[in-house]
Design a protein. Sequence first.
Length: 245
Amino acid sequence: MHTYAIGDIHGHLDKLKAVHDLIADDMARNGNAPVVHVGDFEDRGPDSRGVIDFLIAGQARGEDWITLRGNHDRMFAGFLQSPDSTDAGLRSDLSYLHYKIGGGETLASYGVKSAADRPLRKVHPEAVAAVPPEHRAFLAGLQNWWQRDQAIFVHAGIRPGIAMEAQTETDLVWIRKDFLEDPRDHGALIVHGHTAIDQPRHYGNRLNIDSSVAYGGPLSAVVVEGRDAYRLIKGGRMPIRPETA
């Protein structure tokens, strides 16, 4: 049994299509399997709207694609609900349109220009009008986690020692230190993104697949079989050997 997973996308439609091509090639050799997208579909990159259009279209034609909620997906949805929205995981000195978050780039992909440089009360109604209802429904329908075989797929990680059903959404989309520094076995391999690194890395109890596409790095796709993992590259698979965190 194998499962594919794609790391944080952040508005990079061209790179998303390229890794889906790698997955299609691997499926042709090894059989069809679900493809899990671990969240953060928008912000910072050039075509967040295109990414969400691509994912909606794939699911509509029956592709076995799972889409998980990331912290950026939650912030985007919250902003569309209210200009005063604050996210429990976000620093109090930041907002969705702060340049470090990248919401301005997302709104630009919907035709809302210079969002980060104009009064919030003027930008918000433009954003609400520009984002199609089906995109808002897509954001609302994202899953917080998904399990198959010996792997649990989630955006940021889990609160160690807590049953999955009792995890908070804020931990699942925002957690870092308390998860990343915990060496214990979690009962399954936790496949996650959120924390940008140079390439997918396997730490025995978890697999981080956020290879920094938001900061100029590549977008990574992996295949998971049991607790083994492989990075997809042109022409095949590259084993990701477990290492010490």
